[in-house]
Design a protein around this ligand. Structure first.
Ligand SMILES: [Fe+2]
Length: 287
């Protein structure tokens, strides 16, 4: 089954969001949406999300799922906004509870912040399946970048989030709390064991040396042959050494503090104060 996949690229955060449509029907799923956020002013806007709303409405699609590959650290999720406009259930990996535990502590969220994943409509685990209309989706647990990362395999399309990037860019960082380059290696092997012709849709693209265009679609076969970090049967030792050395040089994503506080709540803002105003925290020397 070959679903139709429409990509939406956000140049501010280099994120690719997707709308997947079943081959012979109007059922659809949205994967990894973006709520625009200007950190300097603290203002959100829905320009990116509205492109998806317009596309769904223009094509008369019926949104069944709003899926997150993981708790993103570099952009805010627009899942609640899209759900309010379009419907659909918000899904993420069941290991979200460990992310909520870790960051609930770091942000000193107190007992009113539930750490049981109940902010989401569905919590998926390895080997779970779901449907988008007639089309079946399968869940792979692919930790490493974060403990809760999932890959959604829907028809011949695999949405890999931040595990693999385009072959000429490589793989995702593994240095966030709960991340592990050994685990990422194993997760990537799981993705690479899918049929070679499986289409892979990546969660970000940053271009790559010698490439001037953004790109986000590749295949399992191409990744196996060409991925600069893991292709050609690279060994786990070689990968882990390379990944850990490279991660030690990376700075934190610009939007990590707002992103985590909002995305661990399924894209909802923290509770408003008695005047109805919403604030985010900046924990000092914690991350
Ligand atoms: Fe990420």
């Amino acid at each position: 089954m070959t679903p139709q996949v429409k990509a939406f690229f956000d140049q501010e955060t280099f994120t690719v969001s997707y709308v997947l449509q079943e081959p012979e029907g109007l059922a659809s799923a949205i994967i990894d949406s973006v709520l625009d956020f200007d950190h300097a002013s603290g203002r959100t806007n829905t320009n990116s999300a509205d492109r998806i709303v317009d596309y769904v409405r223009d094509n008369d699609l019926r949104v069944e799922w709003i899926l997150e590959s993981h708790v993103h650290a570099d952009h805010l999720s627009a899942a609640p906004y899209l759900q309010q406009k379009l419907g659909g259930k918000i899904g993420i990996g069941d290991q979200i509870v460990s992310i909520q535990e870790t960051f609930g502590k770091i942000f000193n969220e107190g007992t009113e912040f539930q750490r049981d994943g109940s902010q989401f409509d569905a919590l998926f685990r390895e080997d779970d399946s779901f449907h988008v209309g007639q089309l079946r989706g399968d869940v792979l647990h692919t930790p490493g970048h974060t403990p809760a990362c999932l890959t959604y395999v829907i028809g011949d399309a695999a949405f890999v989030g931040d595990t693999l990037f385009m072959p000429d860019f490589g793989t995702a960082r593994c240095d966030f709390p709960g991340g592990s380059s050994e685990m990422l290696y194993g997760s990537i092997q799981k993705i690479l064991s899918l049929p070679d012709e499986t289409r892979i849709f990546v969660g970000h693209d940053y271009k790559a040396p010698g490439r001037d265009e953004y790109a986000w679609e590749t295949t399992v076969g191409e990744q196996k042959a060409l991925n600069v970090h893991i292709g050609q049967g690279r060994s786990i030792q070689e990968f882990v050494e390379m990944r850990d050395a490279r991660d030690a040089t990376l700075s934190m994503p610009r939007l990590i503090l707002p992103s985590l506080q909002i995305n661990m709540r399924a894209g909802q803002m923290p509770p408003a104060d008695e005047k109805g105003d919403v604030f985010l925290k900046v924990p000092i020397n914690k991350i």
